[in-house]
Write a protein that binds this ligand. Structure first.
Ligand code: C5P
Length: 241
C-alpha cells in the first residue's frame, strides 16, 4: 500500500466512523434550556458535547477585539476561518486567552447573532463543528444542528419555552451571578434575537421536519433530560443498534 493509499484508507475509515457515530441534535431559541438539557444528556450517555453557539460567540468576540465592522461579511468570515480557539476541560480559549466568561456577555451574544447571518461565516464553521462527531456519540446543541450541520442525526429535538419563561430563567441566572438586570430588557433582547435568528436567509432557526418538539415551560431540567433519553433509546431500538 502506498502512502497515499494509506491516507485514503484512513480518511475513509474516519468517514465511516463518523457516519455510524450517533448524533443527538438539540436546537432551539436563546435561553430555552437546550444547553442544560444537552449537557445532561451527554453526561448520562458519556457522549461528546458541542455547544455550537460558543463558536459564533468566539467569532463575534474576535471581530469586536479586532474592531472589524460586524456587517463586513468578508472580514468577519476571514476571522472565522482563522479562529484560534481551543476547548479544554470546560474552558474556552481565544488566541491563548481564557474567554469562557467573556463570551457569555449579552454584548458578545448580540455580536454572535449578527455575524451568524452571513453564509460565508457559517460555511467557515461547518467542518470544525462536524469534527466533534467522534465515538461513542455526540450531543450537538444550537440552531441548525438538525437542519444543516447533522441532517443525518439519529434524534432531533427542538427545545422551546415561552419568551417570558426564558427571560425569567436568564434573569435568575444573572441575579445569581450578582448582576443587576431588568427583566423587561431581557425579554426585549430575547424577542429581538428570536426575530433575527428566525428571519435570516441562511440556516434560519426552524423546527426540522423530523424533529420532536419539547416545550420546557412547565418542565424541570431532569424531566427534559429523561424525555430526550427516552427518544434516543427508542431510536436506537428502531435502528436495531
Ligand atoms: O446559543 P447561543 O445563544 O450561545 O448562540 C449565540 C448566537 O449564535 C445565536 O443568537 C445565533 O444567532 C448564533 N447561532 C447560530 N447557529 C448555531 C448556534 C448559534 O446561528 N448553531
Amino acid at each position: 500500500m502506498t502512502a497515499s493509499d494509506q491516507g485514503r484508507a484512513s480518511a475513509s475509515r474516519e468517514t465511516l466512523e463518523r457516519g455510524s457515530t450517533p448524533v443527538i441534535a438539540i436546537d432551539g431559541p436563546a435561553a430555552s434550556g437546550k444547553g442544560t438539557v444537552a449537557l445532561g444528556v451527554a453526561d448520562q450517555l458519556g457522549f461528546h458535547y458541542l455547544e455550537s453557539g460558543s463558536l459564533y460567540r468566539l467569532v463575534g468576540l474576535a471581530a469586536l477585539q479586532d474592531r472589524i465592522a460586524l456587517d463586513d461579511e468578508e472580514r468577519v468570515a476571514e476571522a472565522a476561518k482563522g479562529l484560534e480557539a481551543a476547548f479544554d476541560g470546560g474552558r474556552i480559549r481565544l488566541r491563548g486567552a481564557d474567554v469562557t466568561d467573556a463570551i457569555r456577555s449579552e454584548a458578545v451574544g448580540s455580536a454572535a447573532s449578527r455575524v451568524a447571518v452571513f453564509p460565508a461565516v457559517r460555511t467557515a464553521l461547518l467542518s470544525g463543528q462536524r469534527a466533534f462527531r467522534r465515538p461513542p456519540g455526540l450531543v450537538a446543541e444550537g440552531r441548525d444542528m438538525g437542519t444543516v450541520v447533522f441532517p443525518d442525526a439519529l434524534v432531533k429535538i427542538y427545545v422551546t419555552a415561552t419568551p417570558e419563561a426564558r427571560a425569567m430563567r436568564r434573569y435568575n441566572q444573572l441575579i445569581e451571578k450578582g448582576n443587576s438586570v431588568i427583566i423587561e430588557g431581557l425579554l426585549r433582547d430575547i424577542r429581538e434575537r428570536d426575530a433575527r435568528d428566525s428571519a435570516r436567509a441562511v440556516a434560519p432557526l426552524r423546527v426540522a421536519a423530523d424533529a420532536i418538539v419539547l416545550d420546557t415551560t412547565d418542565m424541570t431540567i431532569g424531566e427534559s433530560v429523561v424525555f430526550v433519553l427516552e427518544k434516543y433509546r427508542a431510536a436506537i431500538g428502531k435502528a436495531g443498534r
